[in-house]
Design a protein around this ligand. Structure first.
Ligand SMILES: [Mg+2]
Length: 427
């Protein structure tokens, strides 16, 4: 893995600007210059702000009652969240992106990585702007695109483009002489894949920015941050080696996605795969002590004659945030039945969770329906068994026991010798 050669991979990170506020504006063109904010469930806190709302200083994550005066003074238009609308707008954006790239990997409700490998380096930004203009024309949603040889760098590039309008929404750091300076200005905690814990460890060792991490001795990084952190360091050098769902995306969203080992045509087989992915994602959710208020399913098919695939995506907002695997699986099964079309050969599926909130916050809420004690106990036992005995020891019947759709390598034994994260553990 360490010897992995630098390839000509090119990733675009497409990020919708102020997504929820932008969705509301699409259907209220009269508000084109009005500051807009969107509130969380039960109209609690501000979760999305238009550029104008940011400019007049409306803060993020503040409860509405604390900013009532500013809201009135600046004529801010307030919206309750409408997750069904946001889920549908997300689907439309992803559909447009699939016109431009054979691999569109939604990463959260308002972000996707697209594969741009094979595009000439000097045409990347031009293509980025074309994508941005097309998404705007067809969906009304403004996006920003960062382009780089690795996903980690693409994220950083998008961050730069977002702050500076002179990039006109697209920025490529491929062979860019200014990259070292950009990395110097990127604090370690802002790097995709570097969670709070990793950032603290790095800061203790006086590694405070992305440039320092990219230049650090890899063996030292591995010892300090595990093999995952080491891959982050390599990504900063332009070597793509971090899988989509390996990176800790922080507290905003969680995902699980895999390509199938062979084309899948039967609904029953897809159901198993989607249930399995949902169960894995739910484990990650519970390990973080979070519950989710919204979940999205996407599936992709093989096309014989064209590199394009059908981008099929469907979201569901839950009546109450939850971390209970059987409920989550039921929701995803329902979405799958909406998306599935007989005759298509599916190659990939994935799920992601958004609207994550800490579980203890849910328990403090007076109005929320409290999770059932026995459900929670069941999940805890299953997580502990799977942790101890290996993934999938205990599984929901929906996940299936034969799992023919798995990539072949999913059945491999741990890569003891080549992958540090899979070293046998002696307790
Ligand atoms: Mg965004």
């Amino acid at each position: 893995m360490l010897e992995k050669k630098e390839t000509e991979t090119r990733f675009g990170l497409v990020d919708c600007n102020n997504f929820y506020a932008s969705c509301e504006r699409v259907f209220r063109p009269d508000l084109v210059t009005t500051p807009i904010v969107v509130l969380s469930n039960n109209d609690g806190c501000i979760v999305s702000r238009s550029a104008e709302a940011k400019a007049v200083g409306i803060p993020m994550a503040k409860p509405l009652f604390k900013v009532r005066d500013e809201i009135r003074r600046h004529g801010v238009q307030v919206f309750s969240s409408n997750y069904t609308l946001y889920g549908d707008m997300s689907r439309r954006v992803m559909e447009v992106l699939s016109q431009f790239s054979p691999e569109v990997d939604p990463y959260s409700i308002d972000e996707a990585f697209i594969d741009l490998s094979g595009v000439a380096d000097d045409k990347l930004e031009e293509l980025g702007r074309q994508i941005r203009n097309t998404v705007m024309k067809w969906t009304g949603i403004p996006v920003t695109i960062g382009i780089a040889p690795s996903r980690t760098l693409a994220k950083i590039a998008a961050g730069v483009a977002k702050k500076d309008p002179s990039f006109r929404g697209a920025f490529s750091v491929v062979n860019h002489p200014g990259l070292p300076d950009i990395l110097r200005e990127t604090p370690v905690e802002d790097i995709w894949g570097i969670g709070r814990g990793f950032a603290d460890r790095l800061r203790q060792q006086r590694v405070t920015n992305a440039w320092q991490l990219s230049q650090a001795n890899l063996e030292w990084v591995r010892r300090t941050l595990t093999v995952i952190g080491m891959r982050s360091a390599q990504e900063l050098r332009g070597i793509s080696c971090l899988d989509l769902d390996e990176a800790d995306a922080g507290k905003r969203s969680l995902m699980f996605t895999r390509s199938f080992g062979h084309p899948v045509t039967e609904l029953a087989e897809l159901e198993e795969a989607v249930s399995f992915y949902t169960a894995r994602c739910a484990e990650k959710l519970r390990a973080k002590g979070m519950v989710t208020g919204m979940m999205t399913l996407f599936i992709r098919d093989f096309q014989e004659k064209s590199w394009r695939t059908n981008a099929m995506q469907s979201s569901v907002a839950f009546p109450e945030p939850t971390d209970f695997t059987p409920d989550l699986i039921r929701y995803m099964q329902t979405e799958l039945k909406k998306l599935y079309r007989p005759g298509l050969r599916y190659k990939k599926a994935g799920v992601f969770m958004t609207e994550l909130i800490p579980k203890d916050q849910l328990q403090l809420s007076l109005f929320a329906k409290q999770p059932r004690k026995e459900d929670q106990r069941l999940m805890k036992v299953i997580d502990e068994l799977n942790e101890k005995m290996g993934k999938g020891t205990v599984f929901s019947g929906k996940e299936g026991s034969d799992q023919a759709w798995h990539m072949k390598s999913e059945f491999r034994s741990p890569r003891y010798s080549t992958n540090w994260s899979e070293l046998p553990v002696v307790r």
